[in-house]
Write a protein that binds this ligand. Structure first.
Ligand code: NAD
Length: 256
């Protein structure tokens, strides 16, 4: 991936950081985007010192259209192109029933998970169209394939990500742009650790063990596994996968 330019949103930790690491290992130039400025700087320093790759960090909230436009413009100014886009930043919201859900949190989940992913594609795709090449990976979830109790806005936003991915695949395949989504199951990142705290505040480890037991592999996923899949989908080695939502969940989404 030498000389390939990859934008990663939500890059400071979790699945974004794991993908940044997988891409850095392959020698890609990275644009790291996150709204947590401190964690973003730490991620940049760690990646630079370990992999000696060129990195541009841009602090941005993906739910703010102007800030998305800006991270895309800064990328083009510095590197002149965008080969791959990992459209990953997202939040889970709070656990609550559909009719009880706090409306402000509901809207925030939609703004970040749905609009953030949309704005990203809205500004990255025209750059890729000019190049006649691009690879996009949007982050959905198993909650973008099936329902998840007490997570209505999350499930709504992730189904939307899967839907927008199908459309981008249909509309821009002709321009050499392949767009896919991934649907992770429970991968042990800070976001999932926080969810286990909400499910069992007294002993989150019990909630974690319960969740792992349900999976066909009897384990939670490792962010590194997700990083490897993303690195493949963002590479030229992916020549024909387009418009798909690919589960990476140990097979859990096949269960009733
Ligand atoms: P995480 O909370 O560990 O990391 C998310 C990162 O995104 C953080 O660095 C955070 O600062 C950043 N971020 C959040 N909102 C942002 C915004 N508005 N603008 C810019 N940056 C923002 O979460 P994670 O587990 O790594 O999740 C990453 C993505 O994967 C999310 O879209 C999430 O829904 C999805 N996902 C995760 C899992 C899992 O098991 N971890 C499963 C399914 C889907």
């Amino acid at each position: 991936m030498k000389d390939q330019v990859m934008i990663i949103t939500g890059a400071a930790m979790g699945l974004g950081y794991a993908a940044a690491e997988a891409l850095a290992k392959k020698g890609a130039k990275l644009v790291l985007v996150d709204y947590n400025e401190k964690a973003l700087k730490e991620a940049e320093e760690k990646l630079k010192s370990t992999y000696q790759v060129e990195i541009l960090s841009v602090t941005a909230d993906v739910s703010k259209e102007e800030q998305v436009k800006n991270y895309v413009e800064e990328t083009v100014t510095k590197f002149g192109k965008i080969d791959g886009f990992y459209n990953n930043a997202g939040i889970e919201g709070k656990q609550a029933g559909l009719t009880d859900y706090d409306l402000d949190i509901f809207k925030k989940v939609i703004d970040i998970n749905l609009m953030g992913v949309y704005y990203g594609m809205r500004y990255v795709i025209p750059v890729m169209q000019k190049q006649k090449f691009g690879r996009i990976v949007n982050v959905a979830s198993v909650g973008g394939i099936r329902g998840v109790v007490n997570q209505t806005p999350y499930v709504a936003s992730k189904h939307a990500v899967s839907g927008m991915t199908k459309n981008a695949g249909l509309e821009y395949g002709k321009d050499g742009i392949l767009t896919n989504a991934i649907a992770p199951g429970a991968i042990l990142t800070p976001m999932v650790a926080e969810a286990f705290k909400q499910v069992n505040p007294d002993d989150p480890k019990v909630a974690e063990a319960e969740y792992a037991k349900r999976n066909p592999t009897k384990a939670l996923g490792d962010p590194k596994d997700v990083g490897s899949l993303v690195a493949f989908l963002l590479s030229k080695e992916n020549g024909y996968v387009n418009g798909q939502t690919i589960a990476i969940d140990g097979g859990e989404s096949n269960m009733y």
